[in-house]
Design a protein around this ligand. Structure first.
Ligand code: DCP
Ligand code: MG
Ligand code: MN
Length: 334
């Protein structure tokens, strides 16, 4: 203990989170879905835990930490390392799998398959493109750009560009279309993996076709470069696009997701699209415990066989309904 006593000791929350994240990444590349799920839940709960942690007893107040994970945390607090997992950072296979997975479109399962076919480097992938799907080939083509995060300022510029076009092709678009960036950008990150754009219309008319019109126009203008899959229409009325954009020749190629939702689903849509993914998993689990099924387009009581949707136009209302304290977007970055 340091001389100043507990008051001056540094809380261990972040260091413990880093350790769990390290193990989570390891089990992810190992394809161990059970442990992946367990570590993800433990990590999210730890990040949402508001108290500073100084000792192992406090860990028992954090939800979703099982015996196995608790033991490793105890070892880390006691000894400063988790012996059995020291090898991870230098494990060649683990690092190679991480590298292969860093290509957009390649998940843990595919990475393992490619590894078994003797793929070890990005160069190997480039020479063996017959092993890849069309989407993965595009991921590989832009790989060097995609591994670079997008500065916040550029996300703002990309969003402006989408707005400009959408407002131009829709009469009174400025008045009736609501367009905003979600994902890590809305959670306040300085650097984002991609840009996530959420669109709705507020004049009471159907959103049908907005996605396609905006995408086709942005493609004509040369802003959107390639589609990653077909344009999407869900059974519940939303539309979407996944692809690649570029602000101008002086900027990198960037991943972009567009989603269009009907106004009466907007609260759910913006909550979902703001994330983080971990936060969503956690919130849905909480909702289930309270007897609700929560998704990107609505919420209903589990007991209700008709699955009657509970309308929520604002995300605040969803927290209220679930009796959960409201979390601002920057508090959801877990
Ligand atoms: N999302 C989710 N579950 C998934 C994928 C996405 O709940 N499997 C939601 C939460 C995410 C949001 O969609 O925050 C946007 O997805 P992204 O993959 O773009 O993730 P982020 O924007 O959070 O991070 P990044 O900076 O890597 O893009
Ligand atoms: Mg994103
Ligand atoms: Mn995205």
């Amino acid at each position: 203990k340091d001389q100043g006593g507990e008051g001056k000791q540094k809380p261990l929350n972040n260091e413990i989170a880093d350790q769990l994240d390290r193990l989570l990444k390891y089990y992810t590349t190992q394809g161990d879905r059970g442990r992946m799920f367990g570590y993800k839940r433990a990590l999210t709960s730890l990040k949402l835990f508001n108290e500073p942690i100084y000792n192992i007893d406090q860990i028992d107040k954090v939800p979703n930490i099982g015996d196995g994970i608790r033991k490793k945390i105890k070892e880390f607090i006691d000894d400063g390392i988790i012996k059995r997992f020291e090898f991870i950072d230098t494990d060649e296979k683990h690092n190679t799998l991480k590298l292969i997975e860093s290509v957009w479109g390649i998940g843990p399962k595919n990475a393992q398959k490619l590894y078994d076919k003797k793929i070890r480097t990005i160069e190997d992938l480039r020479k063996n493109q017959h092993l890849l799907t069309d989407m993965q080939k595009i991921g590989l083509k832009y790989h060097e750009d995609f591994i670079e995060k997008i500065p916040r300022k550029e996300v703002e510029q990309l969003l402006e560009r989408v707005k400009q076009t959408a407002f131009k092709i829709f009469q009174d678009g400025e008045k009736h279309l609501q367009i905003q960036a979600c994902g890590s950008f809305r959670r306040g990150r300085d650097f984002c993996g991609d840009i996530d754009v959420l669109i709705t219309r507020t004049d009471g008319k159907s959103i049908e076709g907005i996605n396609e019109k905006v995408v086709v126009q942005l493609e004509k203008e040369g802003f959107l470069k390639e589609r990653l899959g077909a344009l999407r229409k869900s059974a519940t009325g939303s539309e979407g696009y996944q692809g690649i954009c570029q602000l101008d020749k002086d900027h990198k190629f960037r991943r972009i997701d567009l989603k269009v939702y009907p106004a009466d689903q907007y609260g759910y849509a913006i909550l979902y699209f703001t994330g983080s993914g971990n936060f969503n998993v956690n919130m849905r689990t909480e909702a289930l415990k309270l007897g609700y099924s929560l998704s990107d387009h609505g919420m209903h009581k589990l007991k209700d066989s008709k699955k009657k949707n509970i309308p929520c136009l604002k995300e605040e209302d969803i927290f209220t309904l679930l009796n959960m304290p409201f979390k601002a977007p920057n508090e959801r970055d877990v």
